[in-house]
Design a protein around this ligand. Sequence first.
Ligand SMILES: [Fe+2]
Length: 242
Amino acid sequence: MNRREMMGATGLAAMGLMSTAAPTAMGQMQHGYDPLAIGYDAKAGKYVLPPLPYDYNALEPAIDAQTMQIHHDKHHAGYVRKLNAAIDALEKARADGDYSDIKSLSRAVSFNGGGHTLHTLFWHNMAPVGKGGVPSGKLLEMINRDFGSVTNFKNQFIAAASGVEGSGWGICGMDMLSKRLLIIQGENQQKLSTWGLMPILVCDVWEHAYYLKYQNKRGDYVKAFWDVINWHEVAKRIGTHA
Ligand SMILES: [Fe+2]
């Protein structure tokens, strides 16, 4: 591990979030804690699968280790692989002047790019029970301003995430026009979004995120998710934008 990698690992360890079994790509932590920065290797020009910032079993009992392992190592890895493949195919299309597959390739960028971004945020906006803190500071001010109370925010988020039609995401983001927080129901990895919404808290409600443990009880999973939110990370996503 070189110095830059060590700095990233040290930052995670300091938060109690460092995995002792980080599966892959420790070398991509050169940007420290920013989860989106570690989803892309600028030197290689490729999207990369960031390691989980904790062990597979770190979120139990809310989310079981087997679900985490399959979800991260298989599903998220697949989005990264297909996103890179679509980018490569578009490069070839430009070189060949052949845009006959433009519809499917453009869709592949949206779907897999959305999947990669949302999963990267998802891993980092969770933490073991007791490690994630509570909403505070500017984040708490914004929640109270835009939802009336943390309880209102919680109830709306859980209702939205639980009620997504089919596969998708419960998403809270900052609307960059108004700087207000909005909660939306994202479908698949890219549908029902709104332009300019910067996600700060996301909950994966695809069946692959919960079915091994919760089967059809998505609402129970979303309620358990609430107990493992990493509020430190959510606050960091707001950063200086508020
Ligand atoms: Fe997922």
